[in-house]
Ligand binder design. Sequence first.
Ligand SMILES: Nc1ncnc2c1ncn2[C@@H]1O[C@H](COP(=O)(O)OP(=O)(O)OP(=O)(O)O)[C@@H](O)[C@H]1O
Ligand SMILES: [Mg+2]
Length: 222
Amino acid sequence: MIQLQKVTFAYPSQIQQPVLRRLSLNLRMDICTGLTGSNGAGKTTLGLLMMGLLQPVDGQVLINGKSISDIPLHQIGRQIGYLFQNPRQQLFADTVLDELLFPFILQQTDSAEIRKRADKLLTLFQLARRKNENPLRLSTGEQKRLALAALMMNEPDFLILDEPTNSLDLASRRVLGDLMTERIRMQKGLLLISHDQPFVSQYCQSVLFLDDKKIQEVACAT
Ligand SMILES: Nc1ncnc2c1ncn2[C@@H]1O[C@H](COP(=O)(O)OP(=O)(O)OP(=O)(O)O)[C@@H](O)[C@H]1O
Ligand SMILES: [Mg+2]
């Protein structure tokens, strides 16, 4: 479970105007939870706090009862996969295939099994024919699919997806939806940050609403 206990967060440049104020919530790690709310409400900020990429000004974030400040970032990264709202923020390799293989080559854990997993994911996300291309030359939707495929290489226990359906065509939405359904069946949950109401309603078992005026009130909508 991911827990936020009375979390207050403000960006350093706007320290007098917290984005989140004394926000508490419990997030189950075996279901799909949706997170919606208006632009600027703090959804992305909340996701980054849950990954330890931002630190609260007050209060704390716990993962399975342990304070996130005591867990090294690379350990959180192995457990939780994070899809950035802008996929370009997480693409850094020279080719599509290397985007999936790079961490394994770096850790010298590359193997035939890893190559097979990469091929399978590239096929699933319809990128197999693009595997030698530069990720930055892909379309936005393709970049999103590549970022998703790269995340799945780690087989994370939990996913935080920030606006994953932005720029995705119908076929890709279905691939993502099926993948999410399969994960839930395996009790590997996710947080779906999204303005895509139909997608949230279709795939989430619980929905949180973050209101920019009453940030402390996170209500379960379904
Ligand atoms: N790096 C930053 N420095 C200063 N302020 C920031 C920074 N990033 C975000 N903010 C501000 O924090 C508030 C919350 O932003 P956030 O990106 O979390 O909103 P969001 O709910 O994800 O919005 P959207 O639906 O548009 O994605 C906004 O007012 C934004 O301007
Ligand atoms: Mg956002």
